[in-house]
Design a protein around this ligand. Sequence first.
Ligand SMILES: [Zn+2]
Length: 381
Amino acid sequence: MKKKIPSFIEIYTSLIKIPTISSENNTIDLSNKILIDLLSNYFSELNFSIQIQNIPNTNKFNMLSSFGSGKGGLLFSGHTDTVDFNEKAWTTDPFKLTQKNDKIYGLGVVDMKGFFAFLLDVISAINIKEIKKPIYILATANEETDMSGAKYFSEHTKIKPDCIIIGEPTCLKLIHAHKGHVSYKIDIFGDTGHSSNPSNKINSIEIVYEIIKQLIDLKKYIQQKYSHKDFSISYPTMNFGSIQGGSAINRICALCSITFEIRPIPQLSLNTIEILLKEKLKKTRKKWPNRIFLKNLFFSIPAYEVSKKHKIVQKIENLCKMNCSTVNYCTEAPFLKKIAPTLILGPGSINQAHHPDEYLDCSFIKPTKDILKNLIIKFCY
Ligand SMILES: [Zn+2]
């Protein structure tokens, strides 16, 4: 097929040039509409049909582009947003694709706007008119904050591809499972007062002492009970992130707060974590009523796994000539799995994601194009 779109590097440059930062902080959070429109134009040029979906009550959008009709097919998915960046820490312009030392620098080059440049380049070079099964490209919003784009799409779409490939940077390894993430804050309220007279006063640090003991018990329990041999760290991890409390040495500590996170493996659901946690805190909360307040921090993401024995997983393993493995970071897979079995496979390393001078090592370019081309041709022709 004759190319109707710009070159790979030109497309890559145009995608990186458009700032699409997602943030919990409203002052830096940006709409992704300009990028969605640009992607829509590129895929339209390749005769894909386009559907754009607004995430209700936001200025964020998903795009689904499709070619071909009928059952099954492949869906390639990527998120359009990036994290924020620290201007002082970057040595290149985050919005200018910079090539040097066999690397391509820019915000989103691996995480993960670059994936769309790969897809466009590969699709423009094959004779797509001969495909027998549909190809879908999904571009989602808000992956870096609450994953509302993938969630909304999976709840509203009617398409039924055979398989979804998310192009997050996996160093081109095929990933079938990842850990989840949930974080909490516990605020403990004591009494205020001068330290010289502690009688009848409750010091929040003394309650925290009990709570931390309970949480360490919980940590040991989940580490002993749950295990998954495919993960490099085979058990769910729990980490205390911060502890804050008190204002002066001669004052009773009125408020103490702790934060902690749990990264579950697929057998441990977010719901079970919540139940176990509340159960653990029950005794202490009863002892100190209305003083202990537990709340979720941020957006929780369940762990994800599709069985290695699944027919489609084995088919993709054969086509890619590699075996599935696991990662410790989260993706949109737990939401997209409602649509189809989901695997993760993309160029570049997660080590460069969310870091100043994010780069794609150019050694990934040819193998990524080869794998994507092979997948489309073998799967959809
Ligand atoms: Zn990402």
